[in-house]
Write a new protein. Structure first.
Length: 456
């Protein structure tokens, strides 16, 4: 890295890529990159000093990134294989690495605390980072969401030996990491376009546990379908709301607040308050506090951090909150996540109608889990279903949102993004609106909010 002067990112606007871009800019490196579309995140990176363009064109690569001895190229596996810029760098002898590969190098010499799982990893890693940052331990963190407390997906420290990482299982990326300790929240099958079968997906997580360093620990959700392959001197703990080495006791939900006591292997830490008071965050909080506790965070530091945690954007994010209308946005894009998100909202607003707007993410995921998606979405009081967001994929014949839509049992409407805003303008029965999906639905949040505010 001492010889590297510039870093070029292919897919720089991704949430995981952008924190690396910020990291290298903080180290005085020159950063440039390509992404398919301009977003609020890429605009922020440009303000911070990055040079970014939005057309796959080798001529637009800055000259300072065309020296293969002084430039490192980082790419995301989500970039199509036919990308011209990737081809240019490969043909001209550049060092090209995946994001996770670079993260593995950066964190090799630190105590890496890696949060993995089909879902919950962004929230748990964000909570863990906030706990450590507010404690005497401090930390660095590379996260998959923008933390509201810091308005960033990157946290830096000049003194801490700890680095918190959201460990992504897509394309087996997390196998590049070197965890000192790891948290696994869930192993519900996903990314079957990569893994093919549930068995291979589980094997990937089991292999991930084998990388945990001697003297470290694994904290895994109680009762998940996983047989860890840790070395002999790695401790294994379990957690959940009601069972495990770490669990909750005396849960109190009232007046829009959630309090509980945390049971640890050595006693009880009483009166934990959730800064983001939704039931799903009790379990997320237990997992993150378990890792923090194992590394020496004190009881008072845990209490303070959990109460002041503001959450990550797009993770159960309140966009509008009034007595008449509430709007919540969530990144949920897997059937289990959807069910958890919808159930949490219904527990918060048991007497109000819940309308959901869902944008499916990926043709392959829609094909593989259409019945499960329909079952989860049927928990809504009303569904508005959008077209599939393709992300990295080309269309699959016969796979559209309709294969979910036809199986949904609650009142429902099928529309595209262009039809959504006019549809919402006409509706006069919105009490709680939940927008969900991992695509570009977040670009519609502000106009949707404006429509709802007019109804107040």
């Amino acid at each position: 890295m001492n010889n590297i002067q510039s870093i070029y990112f292919i897919g720089i606007g991704g949430i995981g890529m952008s924190n690396l871009a910020r990291y290298f800019m903080s180290k005085g490196k020159t950063v440039a990159g390509y992404d398919r579309t301009e977003t609020s995140l890429t605009k922020e990176l440009v303000k911070e000093g990055a040079i970014i363009h939005y057309t796959d064109d080798v001529k637009l690569i800055p000259d300072f990134c065309k020296d293969n001895k002084s430039t490192l190229v980082i790419y995301t596996p989500a970039v199509p294989s036919g990308n011209e810029e990737v081809k240019f760098f490969r043909d001209n002898g550049f060092t090209i690495q995946k994001r996770a590969q670079v993260l593995g190098t950066i964190t090799k010499s630190s105590k890496a605390l890696c949060c993995a799982g089909t879902h919950g990893k962004t929230t748990t890693s964000s909570m863990l980072a906030h706990i450590l940052k507010q404690s005497h331990l401090d930390c660095n963190a590379f996260l998959g969401g923008i933390l509201k407390n810091y308005n960033s997906n990157l946290i830096l420290s000049d003194t801490s030996e700890f680095t918190v990482i959201e460990a992504d299982e897509y394309d087996r990326s997390f196998h590049w990491l070197h965890p000192y300790m790891a948290l696994i929240t869930s192993v519900d099958p996903d990314h079957l376009d990569i893994y093919g079968t549930e068995e291979e997906y589980l094997k990937s997580f089991e292999h991930f546990t084998s990388f945990i360093q001697p003297g470290g620990a694994l904290v895994m959700k109680h009762n998940i379908k996983l047989s860890p392959k840790v070395s002999d001197n790695v401790r294994v703990y379990t957690y959940s709301i009601k069972r495990g080495d770490f669990h909750a006791k005396n849960v109190r939900i009232r007046n829009g607040e959630i309090h509980f006591d945390l049971v640890t292997p050595k006693g009880i830490i009483d009166n934990i308050q959730l800064g983001v008071p939704v039931k799903i965050n009790i379990e997320n909080g237990i997992g993150s506090m378990a890792l923090a506790w194992l590394n020496g965070v004190t009881d008072d530091e845990l209490r303070h951090a959990m109460a002041t945690f503001q959450g990550a954007k797009r993770r159960f994010d309140f966009i509008l909150k009034t007595d008449k209308i509430a709007m919540i946005d969530d990144y949920a894009h897997h059937p289990e996540e959807l069910a958890a998100s919808i159930t949490s909202v219904k527990e918060l607003y048991p007497d109000k109608k819940l309308t959901g707007v869902f944008q499916p993410h990926l043709y392959s995921r829609t094909r593989d889990f259409a019945p499960e998606f329909a079952q989860s979405l049927s928990l809504l009081d009303e569904l508005i279903l959008l077209d599939i967001y393709p992300a990295r994929e080309k269309p699959i014949e016969g796979v559209t949102s309709k294969i979910i839509f036809d199986k949904v049992t609650c009142p429902k409407t099928l529309c595209n993004k262009e039809e959504l805003l006019p549809l919402l303008e006409k509706k006069n029965d919105i009490e709680v609106l939940l927008t969900v999906g991992a695509g570009d639905i977040d670009r519609l949040l502000e106009p949707i909010k404006q429509i709802l505010e007019k109804k107040l």
